[in-house]
Design a protein around this ligand. Structure first.
Ligand code: GLU
Length: 398
């Protein structure tokens, strides 16, 4: 047989966050007491009012196709949320409801990228961005930042990467994996550059509700008419409402972009599950006290984790400001040996932690930083304490 497979699919790496999380779950099922600092998935149950809305949708027979881009009530609720929380005005026909934030992002890239277009991705980055850009025939261009820069890129750093092929910049604040938050001033400078050089901004604001410093979340699209026209703002319900499995994300964009995304979605997936849409409507319009409780608990865990990490030998970390990740510099560890073998990189460290200490962490080579690890604090305090004790035991042995 001489049949071949597509070059496009050959170039895509599977998601290591999902793979590591699946492995941790499988080991747990085999009876091992694994602490999983892997995927960013809240340990909380979806709030009961949201589940009840889904059950009601089933009982009411709300189980048929909906418009491919989402039900109008949910789009209106997303608009109201954009207006109130992000100070952004979108009309319902500028909104698309997608199968999770990932699907919103793939729709966006498919809508704006032509073959060879460059998309600037500040590093560290969430590992799916480069793969998504490649799947849309674009070319990821990375701009690196350091701990001294708070792992945030400036407009000046981005400017150095801009070429006549630059189509877009991906901006993720609060950031996965660093937990860093871009200030209004940072964003104003980046917005001015996007307008001057005329490129799109793909604003991934999935963690917008999870900022612990008292600072407000700033949406770059809210900073003026010109940047609004060039920005696609995307978010979802997975993280802040503990709704990872429901798969509801959304984007607000200039109408011509939303139309393209909706047309593609109408062929690819049709609507997001009708029941999940009703659940999302309740999440966005119902009481918010559960969300606030979850956020307060994430904050408590964040402070504990940061304090413990700072006290450990060989590791360093900036205080996370948002999302639910600690981005830990393990470059010193990579120079050391364990059981006579040099650790070399974060993947080596993650393997030792999993095999010998029953602790799953994310090595960040796929996030652009091969000597860093990411720890999620979206797991219980008890698990965090146990996992950090184990990491500390290894650090003390080295
Ligand atoms: N976005 C989450 C994470 O970074 C979930 C897993 C994934 O989709 O990558 O852990």
């Amino acid at each position: 047989m001489s049949l071949t497979l597509s070059n496009r699919s050959a170039n895509v790496k599977p998601s290591s966050t999902l793979a590591i999380t699946a492995k941790a779950k499988a080991l747990r099922a085999e009876g091992r007491d694994i602490v999983g600092f892997g995927a960013g998935e809240p340990d909380f149950a979806t709030p009961s009012n949201i589940c009840d809305a889904a059950i009601k949708a089933i009982n009411d027979g709300f189980t048929k196709y909906t418009p491919a881009s989402g039900i109008t009530d949910l789009k209106k609720a997303v608009c109201a949320k954009f207006e109130k929380f992000n100070h952004l005005h979108y009309d319902p026909d500028q909104i698309i409801i997608c199968n999770g934030g990932k699907h919103a992002l793939t729709n966006i890239f498919d809508a704006i990228i032509n073959p060879g277009d460059e998309v600037i991705i500040p590093a560290p980055y969430w590992l799916s961005y480069p793969e998504m850009v490649k799947l849309s025939d674009g070319k990821p261009v990375f701009v690196y930042s350091t701990a001294e820069q708070g792992y945030k890129v400036t407009a000046d750093l981005i400017r150095e990467a801009v070429t006549d092929k630059t189509k877009a910049l991906v901006l993720n604040t609060p950031n996965n994996p660093t937990g860093m938050v871009y200030s209004r001033k940072d964003l104003e400078e980046i917005a001015a550059l996007a307008v001057e050089k005329d490129f799109y901004v793909v604003a991934d604001e999935m963690y917008e509700a999870l900022i612990y410093t008292g600072e407000d979340h700033v949406s770059i699209a809210s900073l003026g008419d010109e940047i609004y026209k060039r920005t696609i703002t995307c978010s979802g319900l997975s993280k802040s409402y503990a709704m990872t499995g429901w798969r509801v994300g959304y984007a607000g964009a200039p109408i011509e972009i939303t139309k393209r995304m909706s047309a593609m979605q109408s062929h690819a997936t049709s609507n997001v599950n009708s029941i999940a849409q009703k659940a999302a409507l309740e999440a966005l319009t119902g009481p918010t006290d559960e969300m606030e409780k979850m956020k307060a608990e994430f904050d408590r865990r964040r402070q504990y984790m940061y304090k413990r990490l700072c006290a450990m030998p060989h590791l360093s970390c900036l205080e996370p400001e948002g999302a639910f990740y600690a981005f830990v510099d393990a470059s010193e560890v990579c120079e050391l040996s364990y059981k006579g073998k040099k650790i070399e990189n974060a993947a080596g460290l993650a393997a030792i932690l999993l095999d010998e200490f029953d602790t799953a962490v994310i090595p960040c080579q796929d996030f652009g930083y091969p000597k860093h690890i990411r720890l999620s604090y979206a797991i219980s305090m008890e698990q965090i304490e146990k996992g950090l004790d184990r990491i500390e035991n290894l650090m003390k042995e080295l």
